[in-house]
Design a binder for this molecule. Structure first.
Ligand SMILES: Nc1nc2c(ncn2[C@@H]2O[C@H](COP(=O)(O)OP(=O)(O)OP(=O)(O)O)[C@@H](O)[C@H]2O)c(=O)[nH]1
Length: 611
């Protein structure tokens, strides 16, 4: 985040603040809708299942109502037949009482014995031992003695009632068939004249026809087969053997589907049947499974509410294709997704606008600050910023005020700098003048000093200079005891040169000698003109060495004429030299000693050296 600019950081935060709640709300919305959809699915299935169940029970109830009405009619009939028969037989005398095994029945009994109601209904008579005396061949006592005994037991129970002259009806099991026990309804009455029980009996199967029930089932079957839940949801019905009672559009009715297994190898229909059986009484159970219908390339996930109608052994399922059902949910999810994206985009654009609105003035002020930092104080904040009544406005005002102050300070500084520069220039000029004056003074001083110690004609040291420099050498000699020779040099007959050639040529001689002396002397030697034509030398050599040089000098002078007016003028010098020794206490005494030698050289004929 540190390398992000403020604008992008603000933008990022705003987008985050928009995106997170949007995505969160989208997810909550989607999952809420998903949960709602699942509840809707289940309630829809429950509702359909209950409707189908109630339809089935309406049909069952209708069937039962019809059967009950049929039964009531039959029972009324057998009762009336029994009472009618009784009224007939009561008219017969006791002598006409039939006996067990009697084959010569009179015509009335034969007629009654041949009486048939529906298919199996007939009349029978039982003697006091409960043995059949007519229609004994129709009583299956020989084939099912247990059920026959059961009938007799029932009759015996009813005896007190029929003995009182009443006619009663009993229901008793009579035979069995593959569908179960077949019951009979029997109307009983008592013949007082013959002490016999008269019965009119009929099999329930004779009047309880399944045709009506089958018709009802077929009607319901057709109705269910065409019913749809949603686009492709439908209703199926299996019987306990796993056979289709109702299939989609009745296309697979009768097919046994127990062999359809799921991925775990279990029979799906068995699972449906067991789930329906375990459903709460009168209710249904929601189950999820995979099923492949005719025309489908693969099994698809389904949900069904299953219920069991025990009376018909029908396992009814109302099912929905989950892919189809949730396709609507996918549409909702996509819509939520699109809404989220649009919302985030709009939020991002708004965030970008505000981030830019916030950062643009800051960027502008930053740009101005950078320019100011680089020394450009002619910057001015954008006047548009003043129109914003925000912190930016305050910042802009403060920045402008600051720049204005800096500008004033800079102007003051500039003024002060110019003033200072002018003063510096003046000061520098004064200083230069002073330096120049000092230099001139020093030059003059040096000049005066040089003039004071220099002979103006020969530029050699004069007597004062010689004395000054000589004292230094003398002190050094005293300190180091180095060998030192003092020589006094005088031009011979100089007065004659002046007189003979002029004073000017005399000066030239002096200058010539000074040059020769200067060339002759060594670095540490001192040469000076201490009088008119008198020169002195201090030579840093012992006398023996110095004398050789002085001799060379003397000969050089002797052989080096000066040229004046194309004439050669020769001159000579006399030299007196001594070596400084401890007997000479000062430079003056040493000069005196050398002067004494010079005097001796003059006296002894000149142009020579006396040491
Ligand atoms: N041209 C010239 N002559 C000078 C100068 N100073 C002194 N003299 C002359 O030097 C002469 C010195 O003469 P003297 O003292 O008699 O010595 P000299 O003639 O050399 O004789 P000795 O020294 O005995 O050989 C004088 O005539 C001075 O006038 C100078 O600066 N220029």
């Amino acid at each position: 985040m540190n390398h992000l600019s403020l604008k992008w950081e603000l933008l990022f935060i705003c987008i985050l603040l928009v995106t997170l709640p949007t995505v969160l709300m989208g997810m909550v919305g989607y999952y809420a809708y998903q949960s709602f959809a699942k509840q809707t699915l289940e309630s829809q299935l429950h509702k359909h299942s209950q409707e189908v169940r109630s339809q089935a029970y309406d049909f069952i109830a209708q069937n039962e109502r019809v059967l009950r009405r049929e039964e009531a009619l039959v029972l009324k009939r057998i009762k009336s037949v029994a009472q009618l028969s009784k009224s007939i037989f009561q008219t017969y005398p006791a002598q006409m009482k039939p006996t067990y095994g009697d084959t010569t029945l009179h015509s009335a009994l034969q007629t009654l014995s041949q009486f048939r109601l529906n298919r199996s209904g007939h009349i029978f008579l039982l003697d006091e031992n409960f043995n059949p005396v007519i229609n004994n061949q129709l009583l299956p006592s020989l084939t099912n003695p247990t059920l026959y005994a059961n009938l007799i037991s029932h009759i015996k129970k009813e005896m007190p009632y029929i003995l009182s002259g009443q006619t009663t009806i009993i229901k008793h099991p009579w035979s069995t068939n593959p569908n179960g026990i077949i019951y009979r309804q029997t109307a009983l009455t008592y013949l007082d004249n013959w002490q016999m029980v008269l019965g009119v009996t009929i099999n329930e199967t004779d009047y309880k026809s399944h045709d009506f029930e089958v018709g009802l089932q077929n009607e319901l079957r057709d109705r269910l087969a065409s019913e749809r839940i949603g686009k492709s949801g439908y209703i199926w019905v299996f019987n306990g053997q796993g056979e289709y009672i109702v299939s989609k559009d009745n296309l697979r009715n009768g097919e046994n589907m127990l062999n359809i297994i799921d991925q775990h190898g279990h029979s799906i229909v068995e699972h449906l049947i067991s789930s329906a059986k375990s459903a709460p009484p009168g209710g249904n159970e929601i189950i999820f499974y995979e099923w492949q219908d005719l025309g489908e390339s693969s099994a698809s996930p389904r949900a069904a509410a299953v219920t069991y109608v025990a009376e018909w052994d029908w396992f009814i399922g109302t099912n929905i294709n989950l892919i189809e059902f949730y396709s609507g949910l996918r549409e909702v999810r996509n819509k939520i997704l699109h809404l989220c994206v649009v919302f985030i985009l709009i939020g991002s654009l708004i965030a970008y606008y505000f981030a830019k609105r916030i950062t643009t003035p800051i960027k502008h002020l930053e740009h101005l600050a950078v320019k100011a930092a680089q020394g450009d104080f002619n910057v001015q904040a954008d006047p548009k910023l003043a129109s914003r009544h925000t912190e930016i406005n305050s910042l802009s005002n403060v920045f402008s005020e600051m720049i204005c102050n800096i500008r004033q300070l800079m102007a003051q500084k500039e003024k002060s700098t110019q003033l200072l520069a002018a003063r510096n220039t003046a000061l520098q000029a004064s200083e230069d003048k002073l330096t120049k004056a000092l230099l001139e003074l020093e030059y003059e001083k040096q000049k005066f000093h040089t003039q004071a110690i220099t002979d103006s004609l020969t530029n050699l040291l004069n007597r004062r200079g010689f004395s000054k420099e000589g004292k230094k050498v003398w002190k050094r000699h005293q300190r180091t005891n180095e060998p030192l020779t003092i020589a006094m040099i005088d031009i011979d007959y100089f007065k004659r040169i002046n007189d003979r050639y002029s004073h000017s040529i005399g000066d030239d001689v002096l200058i010539q000698l000074a040059k020769l002396l200067t060339n002759h002397m060594r670095e540490n030697d001192i040469v000076a003109r201490i009088g008119g034509e008198e020169f002195s030398m201090i030579i840093s050599q012992p006398l023996c060495e110095a004398k050789k040089g002085l001799e060379r000098l003397r000969r050089l002078v002797e052989n080096t004429p000066i040229i004046s007016d194309k004439r050669e003028i020769f001159f000579t010098i006399s030299i007196g030299a001594i070596e400084v020794n401890p007997q000479l206490p000062s430079l003056e005494s040493a000069l005196d000693a050398a002067d004494t030698c010079l005097y001796a050289a003059k006296r002894s004929g000149r142009n020579k050296i006396i040491t």
